[in-house]
Design a binder for this molecule. Structure first.
Ligand SMILES: [Zn+2]
Length: 263
């Protein structure tokens, strides 16, 4: 949908009904300013063949100026663009610069030290995109967190935000999904699997739950203009299916689907 075709609707962040505006998800300054083809997750999951990696014949939408949608009112769109996107852009571009080197991008984990980072606007941008992907939010505290520049702190019993490096060239964006795990039981999460940085947002995590990716929920604890020196381990993943936190290699998927077919 082009910018001109946004209709009236309910803003996914502030909840006001009115004219919606086009928003790039992720921001266009973070590698989202070129044409992309978008497949429907439902089409990919329900295609009728034995090879989950084969996307031939699946219909797609051409997004000429990058991916985006009409989810936010002008005010929410402007404030995230002005307050949050600049630091988020710096963060993404810096990590990509450090990690995308040929000898580094092949390893499974890298140790990163980033200085002078304003962490609050970064995580606010992540949660703003989360709202755009999952639909109108029903959490007053999260709404305040996003519309007030200086509001800080995310309730860790409600949200856990984890980051990873996406080694591939395909994004996957998955709204809230429940996934059964043998170790953690039912896990509820959404995934913003952008290129080159992806985020997993876990909802109502159990106290002893394990997480894929590196937990950066503490980014929300700083003041807006506070600059922090951050050190963390960043996992590098690849993915091929529209299943949240599924980071199996092609070989693993092929081998497991062959076993299922032969049963
Ligand atoms: Zn709004």
């Amino acid at each position: 949908m082009s910018k001109r075709k946004c209709l009236d609707g309910k803003c996914f962040i502030c909840g006001q009904v009115g004219k919606l505006t086009y928003e790039h998800i992720p921001p266009k300054v973070t590698f989202n300013n070129k044409p992309v083809k978008t497949n429907s997750g439902l089409d990919l999951l329900t295609k009728n063949d034995d090879n989950p990696l084969d996307t031939c014949g699946i219909t797609y939408v051409n997004n000429q100026k990058g991916y985006g949608k009409c989810y936010l009112c002008q005010s929410c769109n402007n404030l995230s663009g002005t307050w949050y996107v600049p630091e988020y852009q710096k963060f993404i571009l810096t990590i990509h610069f450090l990690v995308s080197k040929p000898d580094i991008v092949k390893v499974d984990q890298v140790h990163l030290s980033l200085n002078g980072l304003q962490t609050l606007p970064i995580i606010k941008q992540v949660m703003s995109m989360f709202c755009s992907v999952v639909g109108p939010i029903n959490d007053e505290n999260l709404r305040k967190f996003l519309v007030n520049q200086n509001e800080k702190g995310l309730d860790k019993s409600k949200y856990r935000v984890c980051i990873y490096y996406n080694r591939g060239s395909i994004s996957r964006v998955i709204p809230i999904t429940a996934k059964c795990s043998t170790t953690d039981g039912v896990v509820v999460l959404a995934e913003l699997g952008f290129v080159p940085i992806g985020f997993l947002i876990y909802l109502d995590p159990k106290p002893n739950q394990s997480f894929k990716g590196t937990d950066i929920t503490y980014f929300a604890n700083a003041d807006f203009n506070e600059k922090s020196n951050i050190t963390f381990e960043l996992n590098l993943y690849e993915y091929h299916l529209v299943i949240p936190k599924d980071f199996r290699t092609k070989q693993e998927i092929e081998s497991q689907s062959q076993k299922l077919v032969s049963k």
